[in-house]
Design a protein around this ligand. Structure first.
Ligand SMILES: NC(=O)c1ccc[n+]([C@@H]2O[C@H](COP(=O)([O-])OP(=O)(O)OC[C@H]3O[C@@H](n4cnc5c(N)ncnc54)[C@H](O)[C@@H]3O)[C@@H](O)[C@H]2O)c1
Length: 273
């Protein structure tokens, strides 16, 4: 018997753990997952912001936790609390990351530093969060998934996991030097192969792992940046945060049950030319 689209993409009652839930993508996706009946374990290093974003939500469906993915005790506290409240974790979304922004009020200090002079302590911090933190978080949750004999991991990649930043997007002739800080590209490049590693390593345990690579979410960027991005993007615009909801639901639900090890690009064609 054929299934309806709501059956195919059903995520009702799935227990989903989302890191970096107070941020731009985290908040958007958590709202979508909540509206579709998922049970959420939301963690962020910025607990105050997390509580503000999700005040008034049903606490039977949601657990808000302080979480620092660089700290194994903090991760263990979240995993234990999730087990206690919901009994399992079906899905882990590794979303938390350090990412220099180019919005109107952003600190673009590091964007003015060229590769050769990039401060190694800043690089180390990004490695600690984006690479080692993501690994620590996954280590803790995958143990639970192995015991459950099922699980689904979704990693946040980026177009910069796949291609270099176009210097023309950041640098304007006659102005001071600007570029996408290299710590982001270096650390995000790890995601696609980490995803393939987890997919092949844990397939036998009933655990799938895929990544999603979003691109250029419109969020209070200066007009000059938006205009440049329009020129370079095949679809000719930045993305709206809502345009990633479908990809997340697809990867989280059984609609993607035969898919593992893949990085799904949602980038308006940015990596197509
Ligand atoms: N915004 C975009 O256009 C875009 C594009 C491509 C990929 N991404 C990826 O999507 C993900 C989310 O991006 P975003 O734009 O929502 O970023 P964001 O900066 O708005 O959110 C990131 C969140 O992670 C949290 N965080 C940082 N360090 C942490 C730690 N040690 N432990 C726990 N939480 C921590 C922050 O407090 C923040 O709430 C990132 O992995 C990013 O690389 C974003």
């Amino acid at each position: 018997m054929s299934r309806t689209s709501s059956e195919i993409f059903d995520i009702n009652n799935k227990v989903i753990c989302l890191t970096g839930a107070a941020g731009l993508i985290g908040t958007t996706i958590a709202n979508t997952l909540y509206a579709n009946g998922a049970k959420l374990v939301l963690g962020d290093v910025n607990l105050e912001k997390l509580k503000k974003q999700f005040s008034g939500f049903d606490i039977n469906q949601m657990l808000l936790m302080p979480l620092d993915i660089t700290n194994q005790s903090s991760i263990a506290e979240l995993v234990n609390a999730a087990k206690q409240k919901f009994g399992r974790i079906d899905v882990l979304i590794n979303n938390a990351a350090i990412d220099a922004k180019f919005e109107k009020d952003s600190n673009t200090e590091l964007a003015s530093v060229d590769f050769a002079d990039f401060p190694l302590d800043k690089l180390q911090h990004s490695i600690d969060v984006n690479i080692t933190g993501t690994i620590k978080m996954t280590q803790a949750v995958v143990k639970l998934m192995i015991a459950q004999k099922s699980g689904n991991i979704v990693n946040l990649a980026s177009t910069y996991s796949l291609v270099a930043a176009n210097p023309g997007l950041y640098f304007n002739e006659g102005e001071s030097f600007k570029n996408k800080p290299m710590d982001y590209l270096v650390t995000k490049s790890f995601i696609p192969n980490f995803t393939r590693y987890l997919a092949t390593h844990y397939a036998k345990d009933g655990i799938r792992c895929n990544a999603i690579a979003p691109h250029a979410i419109d969020n209070n960027h200066p007009e000059s940046f938006k205009n440049k991005l329009k020129q370079f993007s095949p679809l000719g615009r930045m993305s709206d945060r809502s345009e990633f909801e479908g990809a997340f639901i697809y990867l989280i639900s059984d609609a993607s049950s035969y898919m593992t090890g893949h990085t799904m690009v949602v980038d308006g064609g940015w990596t197509a030319w």
